[in-house]
Design a protein around this ligand. Structure first.
Ligand code: PAF
Length: 278
C-alpha cells in the first residue's frame, strides 16, 4: 500500500485505470474490510482501490466526540496492507481545510430528516468532505455502507444534483453475531451497554416481521419498536422513524421501499441502525 498525506501526492488527472474510492474515518473494522472487499471486486484485477482516512472535523457538531474519536494509525495501515489497498490517503486537517474556508456543500432536503434533526451541520460536513474527495481522486466508483443509510441517500443525491461522474455502491451492514451493527463507536460501550445494544437489531427485525404479517400502520410499527427498545434499561431513544427510502420523508403507512431507522443512546454513545421494509 502506498501512503499519501498530501494533495500533491495524489496522482493528477483522470485515472487511467478503474479507480474505486472507499472514504472512511479510520478505526477500520470488519465493516470497513467488507467495503474494501467490494471495492476490490468492483475495481477488477487491473483497477486501483483507494482508501481515505480522515476524521472530518466539519461533520462533528460542537461538544460531540471528535477528540475521543479513535485513531489507531498503525493498525489501520496494517489492515489496508492486508486487504490489498493500493493507495491510502491520510491527510492532516490543514491539508483538507484552509483556516478561512468559506465554501461548503449542503444538501437541503434529505438532511432535514432522521439524524439531521439531532446533528445540525453534520451532513453539510459529510457532503463537503466527500465532494472534495471526489474532486481529488475522480473515482469511477465510490463505496459506502448501508448502515449510514441517510448518508448514502444524501451522497447519491449530491452526485445526481452536482453531476459528479461517480457511481455510488451501497454495501449491506456487517453485524456481530448477536446482530449489533459494526461501528467504530461500539468500542465506547461499557460492558452492560454492549450487552443491551443488540436490542436495536432485534426490534427492527421484529418490526419487519409485523409488516410481513400485514401491519401497515406507521404509528403501530413505531410504537412496537420503541416499546421493545425501552425494555433495555440503558437505552435512551433519540428517534425511531418510518420514512420513504429515497426521499426520507415520513410515511403514515408502510409502502414498498419504506425504511425503518433509529438512533439510540447508550450512555454518551449514539448508535444507529435501519431496516428496509418491503
Ligand atoms: O461514514 C464515514 O465514515 C464518514 O461520514 C465519511 C463518509 C468518510 C465522510 O467523512
Amino acid at each position: 500500500v502506498r501512503i499519501a498525506a498530501t494533495v500533491a501526492e495524489i496522482p493528477s488527472g483522470p485515472p487511467e485505470i478503474p479507480r474505486v474510492l472507499v472514504p472512511t474515518m479510520g478505526a477500520l473494522h470488519k465493516g470497513h474490510l467488507e467495503l474494501i472487499r467490494v471495492a476490490r471486486q468492483q475495481a477488477g484485477p487491473g483497477g486501483e482501490v483507494v482508501v481515505t482516512i480522515f476524521v472530518n472535523p466539519l461533520q462533528f457538531e460542537p461538544g460531540s466526540d471528535l477528540s475521543r474519536y479513535p485513531r489507531p494509525e498503525a493498525l489501520d495501515e496494517e489492515a489496508c496492507r492486508a486487504a490489498g489497498v493500493d493507495l491510502l490517503f491520510r491527510p492532516r486537517e490543514a491539508e483538507m481545510y484552509q483556516s478561512d474556508r468559506s465554501v461548503f456543500v449542503e444538501e437541503t432536503s434529505l438532511s432535514q430528516a432522521l439524524c439531521g434533526r439531532s446533528r445540525p451541520g453534520h451532513f453539510r460536513g459529510v457532503c463537503t468532505v466527500v465532494a472534495k474527495l471526489f474532486i481529488l481522486f475522480a473515482p469511477q466508483i465510490a463505496i459506502l455502507g448501508q448502515k449510514d443509510f441517510q448518508q448514502l441517500a444524501i451522497v447519491r443525491r449530491m452526485v445526481r444534483d452536482l453531476n459528479f461522474a461517480v457511481k455510488i455502491v451501497g454495501v449491506p451492514t456487517v453485524r456481530e453475531e448477536d446482530g449489533l451493527a459494526l461501528s467504530s463507536r461500539n468500542q465506547y460501550l461499557a460492558p452492560e451497554e454492549r450487552s443491551q445494544a443488540p436490542i436495536l437489531r432485534a426490534a427492527l427485525v421484529e418490526a419487519a416481521e409485523q409488516v410481513k404479517a400485514g401491519e401497515k400502520s406507521t404509528a403501530e410499527i413505531v410504537r412496537l419498536t420503541r416499546a421493545r427498545i425501552d425494555g433495555a434499561k440503558l437505552a435512551r431513544i433519540d428517534y425511531v422513524d418510518l420514512v420513504d427510502a429515497e426521499t426520507l420523508e415520513s410515511r403514515s403507512a408502510v409502502e414498498p421501499d419504506s425504511l425503518l431507522a433509529l438512533a439510540v443512546f447508550f450512555g454518551k454513545t449514539r448508535l444507529i441502525d435501519n431496516i428496509l421494509l418491503s
